[in-house]
Design a protein around this ligand. Sequence first.
Ligand SMILES: [Fe+2]
Length: 382
Amino acid sequence: MANWIRIPQSQGTHSKQAHANLPANACYEREVGRHGFFGPATHLHHKHPPTSWCHWEGDLRPRAFDLNKLPSSATHSPFDAVVLLKNRHCQYRFWTCFKPMAELARNADGDDLIFVHAGSGELFCDFGHMRINAGDYIIIPRSTMWRLVPQQPLSLLMIEATNEAYQLPDRGLLGQHGMFDTAVLTSPQIDHAFLAQQDENRWQVRIKRHDRISTVTYPFNPLDAIGWHGDVCVVKLNWRDIRPVMSHRYHLPPSAHTTFVAPRFVVCTFVPRPAESEPGVLKVPFYHNNDDFDEVLFYHQGNFFSRDNIDAGMVTFHPAGFTHGPHPKAFAAAANNDKTFIDEVAVMLDTRDALQVLPEAFAIEDSAYVDSWQTATLEDEK
Ligand SMILES: [Fe+2]
């Protein structure tokens, strides 16, 4: 149990409730928070947007990557897919599976979480067969053997929990059926399609261990189970089955949208939801320093209400160490109550340990992203 050094104090003009009733002459609230919105926090009321920088030098900066421009995401194996970001506890890769996998994959380094950004197809694995479609999360337990047969090319965001396993978050006061009922989770079936693919042909299994590939050859298809029982299994969840937590009186932190957890990172899902409606309540993400976590957001579909010029298939990366928050147009729209419904689907990765940006990500970076908060741009458009 953490024993933070905490002496709640206040100075000057301030609201009593975070994210509501901000002082009129200092409406830019900044949350300085520890431990990813779970730890101690202070809210400062600024006269200027904390993101209104006019010049930036150095390696630390907000970054945006356009995965639609990734030249080499279509590979034969998930293990050859482009790794964009990584640290000791996770790998963040993007893969386009464009034709049936000729070999089985087995990741002995950790669990894989796959988010289907586009396409459809079939998954065959140790536990049977299941259809997959855009919007599905698929958790593949470590060392499961699997392969995909796309019907439409599959664009897949893959997050490896290196040396760890995915779990569900503590639902606390929400109860066991909040956010989603575990009854909506589905798993592969030993069905006709699965039994029909069992053959006596030569199959190879590519095994990833310590990021190196070993290949095992069988004189038959090793996906040959006729049944099983137990509680280790591939699991699927579609974002449409997530029922988001929200309050019309309080902008909840991203942690309220946590879908999966691993020991050193979390994966959150932002799904369509009503905007906060009470006057005086903040309606966009508050400006914040999430000083213990790096934040990665993948935009799947919809209108990304807190961002300008971000399209589906893009990724933003906000490492710890500076303040970030809504873009100027989004902030102004929220202040005018222009939006009553947030129509977005996005997958967020928050890592406790700093992520390394790999060269393939720099190659598709929008280098102007750091300047996208500048209000001069907004004024020019008026
Ligand atoms: Fe953030």
